[in-house]
Write a protein that binds this ligand. Sequence first.
Ligand SMILES: NC(=O)C1=CN([C@@H]2O[C@H](COP(=O)(O)OP(=O)(O)OC[C@H]3O[C@@H](n4cnc5c(N)ncnc54)[C@H](OP(=O)(O)O)[C@@H]3O)[C@@H](O)[C@H]2O)C=CC1
Ligand SMILES: Nc1nc(=O)c2c([nH]1)NC[C@@H]1CN(c3ccc(C(=O)N[C@@H](CCC(=O)O)C(=O)O)cc3)C=[N+]21
Length: 306
Amino acid sequence: MSTTTPETPLTTSIDGKACAERVLDEVADDVARLADEGIIPGLAVILVGEDPASQVYVRNKIRKAEAVGIRSLEYRFDDTLPQAELLALIARLNDDPEVNGILVQLPLPANIDEASVIQAILPAKDVDGFHRQNAGGLWQGLPSLAPCTPTGCLRLLRETCGELAGKHAVVIGRSNIVGKPMAALLLDADCTVSLLHSKSRDAAALCRQADIIVAAVGRPGMVDANWLKPGAVVIDVGINRIESETGGERRTRLVGDVDFAAASQVASAITPVPGGVGPMTIAYLMQNTVTATRLQRHQASAAEPA
Ligand SMILES: NC(=O)C1=CN([C@@H]2O[C@H](COP(=O)(O)OP(=O)(O)OC[C@H]3O[C@@H](n4cnc5c(N)ncnc54)[C@H](OP(=O)(O)O)[C@@H]3O)[C@@H](O)[C@H]2O)C=CC1
Ligand SMILES: Nc1nc(=O)c2c([nH]1)NC[C@@H]1CN(c3ccc(C(=O)N[C@@H](CCC(=O)O)C(=O)O)cc3)C=[N+]21
């Protein structure tokens, strides 16, 4: 038996960066196999506007694509781009056989209707998994492209917990890009799922019943140590840039939705921010690009006359 002082965290910090590298190695193997058949997957990334965080994410995505052998195409526009032009570009990319995945970085400027843009993407090229055909397919257990962030969270949970069946998972946040698809994936893994949102009463009490917590809200430090059952596994999706002062110097830093230091005293494992879920999102974008490439190849051969 080991003894520890109360200050010593018993917690594992889940290494999302290392896990993402393993996923990217798997993707690179898949890409090499496709190359043997003369196929190079292509990913088109579209960025509208000057949001600095989006610029960083898009740059990271393109760098990782190149690292695994995916051909990437980058389209950047300022925020005056008319919606009709964006839709026309998507239509061209839908028809281009060299393009297997299309990602439109969100959020879009206010003059563009996000839902219309997402619906314009061919479902087989929708590597974000946001199209309603993919979202519906996910809930019905049909083969579909699932959103990258929750897929990455599920991989981290499987590696951390092993068997997930029967565990109570509490997901905080019900967005179409994180919370809802996360709930679908956990349900598919035979968890008992609670999906919390801004109108939920006593989120803390519900969280204290959870074996697994996935926090995807966008409120720094919202999940505190007293929200956790001892031994819970915590996945922190939140990415919040906050101002902090270190040695009289004002800086900004990234924090999640969970108070990491406090939660580390109670949880058995927790993802850090940065270095947790973020790198997994990008790794599964690459995986989805390979999946999309295979899907399109099968669709094309199914359409060929016998
Ligand atoms: N690491 C990564 O790869 C990614 C990180 N993110 C980050 O994850 C966070 C969530 O993103 P996203 O899902 O897009 O955010 P949204 O703003 O779309 O959704 C936030 C959700 O949190 C809920 N919520 C707000 N306040 C509370 C509260 N007090 N108690 C419980 N629920 C609450 C909202 O409820 P309601 O529906 O009732 O309004 C909503 O469902 C952000 O910090 C974002 O930056 C996002 C994508 C990828
Ligand atoms: N169409 C679309 N698809 C998305 O998947 C999508 C999007 N739009 N809009 C924004 C959100 C957010 N998102 C992140 C991806 C990676 C990190 C990431 O790699 N984070 C690093 C830190 C990066 C840094 O230092 O800024 C980490 O957590 O370690 C974060 C956030 C994808 N999103």
